[in-house]
Design a protein around this ligand. Structure first.
Ligand code: CP
Length: 319
């Protein structure tokens, strides 16, 4: 596998079912491929903050016997210019073209985190920065969350649902919830995209004005009625995102959308999920996230097996 930027990179290769099987096998036996990455180096470049993605990907590489080098653009490496043809007389120090090529010379696999800027929808939705990094790196690249998707998160989400489901085809509800800052649509887009290919009944619910990009929700049951969506749900995945149109704007902070005990009572004893970090008592109440139905910690723990599976596929491709 040469790139992992969306579910399509798995669908076009190993397939989703095989990927879940392999991830569950790593959950069972974390060290079973401890020599696969021997003498290989994984470089991780973060243009935005991270706790889970950073630690889980390093842990996954370590379980496969690979070395990791982690850089934070702008703090422990140079500030990166991502636009082409600009006169670099401002604050940026190094162009992504050279940075990607140099990292590719040092590493066998690279990962990049580059969030949406939320000012230019076309620039973000064309994945301009990620594609430039792939183009110039010369090695396989993993998205550590890009402008429009967070595939390692969605893969971990799918593995978590597989582990916790009590019915063959669970009802999975992705619900918008309020947040004080404008957040990208990446997690919601990505989760929707992955669930469309999973054996689940998917419902997306959000207030009016928060429609996701049509390319992600085509064929998906979408409703502005959160209570109706939650009825009979087996999994509730809460997430905030900013509006797609007008791009990157906050249209609502309506706390009636916060996932509360009353909301969870509408479900079929649903498990609560969130990718973390989460704003308590904005996205979800303390009672819900601290309840036994909350699976946010095992969900975050599964970030290791999703990264391990993807790294293993890439390492096998290098052999
Ligand atoms: N869920 C997630 O990607 O967490 P981090 O931003 O901490 O990596």
């Amino acid at each position: 596998m040469k790139r992992f930027t969306s579910v399509h990179d798995l669908l076009n290769g190993y397939g989703l079912s095989q990927a879940i099987t392999d991830a569950l096998a790593y959950a069972e036996s974390p060290w079973k491929d401890e020599c696969l990455g021997k003498r290989k180096t994984v470089g991780l470049l973060f243009m935005n903050p991270s706790l889970r993605t950073r630690m889980s990907t390093q842990k996954a590489a370590s379980l496969l016997g690979a070395e990791t080098i982690v850089l934070n653009a702008g703090s422990d490496s140079w500030t990166l210019e991502t636009r082409d043809g600009v006169i670099m007389n401002g604050s940026t120090t190094e162009h992504i073209k050279e940075a990607a090529a140099v990292m590719g010379a040092y590493c066998d696999i690279l990962g990049l985190r580059t969030f949406a800027g939320l000012t230019d929808r076309t620039y973000d939705y064309q994945e301009t920065v990620l594609e430039k990094f792939i183009q110039h790196s010369g090695v396989p690249v993993i998205s550590l969350e890009s402008a429009t998707r967070h595939p390692l998160q969605s893969f971990a989400d799918l593995v978590t649902i597989e582990q916790h489901k009590t019915t063959q085809r669970p009802k999975v509800v992705l619900s918008w919830a309020p947040h004080p800052k404008a957040l990208p649509q990446a997690v919601a887009n990505s989760f929707t995209e992955w669930m469309k290919h999973a054996d689940v009944e998917l419902v997306v619910t959000h207030p009016e004005g928060y429609d996701l990009d049509p390319s992600f929700v085509e064929g998906v049951h979408v409703t502005n009625d959160q209570d109706a969506a939650l009825k009979g749900a087996h999994f509730v995945y809460a997430k905030n995102w900013s509006a797609v149109e007008p791009y990157g704007q906050i249209l609502s902070q309506d706390t009636s959308w916060t996932v509360s005990t009353k909301k969870m009572a509408l479900t079929d004893n649903a498990k609560f999920m969130h990718c973390l970090p989460v704003r308590r008592n904005m996205i979800v109440t303390d009672e819900v996230i601290d309840s036994t139905n909350s699976i946010v910690i095992p969900q975050a723990a599964n970030r290791v097996v999703s990264a391990q599976t993807v790294l293993a596929y890439m390492l096998k491709g290098l052999a």
